[in-house]
Design a protein around this ligand. Structure first.
Ligand code: CTP
Length: 207
């Protein structure tokens, strides 16, 4: 299968040196890409800036902003059989980016933000028979919010975890399928979760 994976944070620059981002390490997405490549799938990994070694046998596409990520993902979507969106895409970007460096004025400062596109929601509208897997980072593993994302973004699976999982090596994940069935992976390493996601994609691809 052709598997498209996104990983890491995006960066939304306000001038040439400063940006808004988040604490995503990229570990989950890199583990998914590695697990898919190990099973012989053809893998494209679209990644925000991270400090993780790229997995062997995958095509790496480096991006910075959410808009860059959207372009990279959409240009490769036609050939994909499955997409796993682990990336922590910034929901907002500064309304404008200043060339050079914003100077301090001795006063406070208000930063105006505008919304970024929801990459996965758009893929959900274009998906046809592709398999889509999204992540939902919810405090307290709130299932209702994850289910809303599953339905709202037209996903086949949503992987629910908590903000604490972002930088942790092991965490509890709940994988919820579109038919409402779910499985809980308790205190699991990201590699185990990645391998399970790939298994589910393979099973779904065969039906
Ligand atoms: N996602 C995306 N584009 C965005 C924001 C999120 O493709 N602009 C994807 C993420 O990669 C993830 C899923 O959507 O697979 C859920 O992201 P999350 O940030 O948890 O949810 P949001 O829909 O942005 O809602 P909120 O932040 O309000 O919880």
């Amino acid at each position: 299968m052709h598997v498209l994976v996104t990983a890491g944070p995006t960066r939304e620059y306000l001038d040439d040196v400063r940006f808004i981002s988040n604490a995503s390490s990229g570990a989950m997405g890199y583990a998914v890409a590695e697990a898919a490549a190990a099973k012989g799938h053809s893998v494209v990994l679209v990644t925000g800036p991270v400090a993780v070694e790229p997995p062997e046998g995958t095509e790496i596409v480096e991006v910075v902003s959410a808009i860059d990520m959207q372009q990279a993902v959409e240009s490769r979507f036609a050939e994909a059989d499955a997409v796993v969106m682990t990336a922590a895409v910034c929901d907002y970007r500064p309304e404008s980016r200043l060339e050079g460096k914003i100077k301090k004025t001795g006063d406070g400062m208000t930063l105006r933000l505008e919304q970024n596109p929801d990459i996965l929601a758009r893929l959900g509208r274009l998906k046809q028979d592709r398999i889509l897997v999204g992540f939902a980072l919810e405090a307290g593993l709130a299932r209702d919010n994850a289910l809303e994302k599953l339905r709202g973004k037209n996903l086949d699976f949503v992987v629910l975890d908590t903000p604490e999982a972002m930088r942790a090596r092991r965490a509890t994940f709940i994988i919820i399928a579109a038919d409402g069935s779910e499985e809980i992976l308790t205190d699991a390493p990201k590699r185990t979760v990645a391998e399970r996601i790939i298994q589910l994609i393979e099973q779904k691809g065969r039906t």
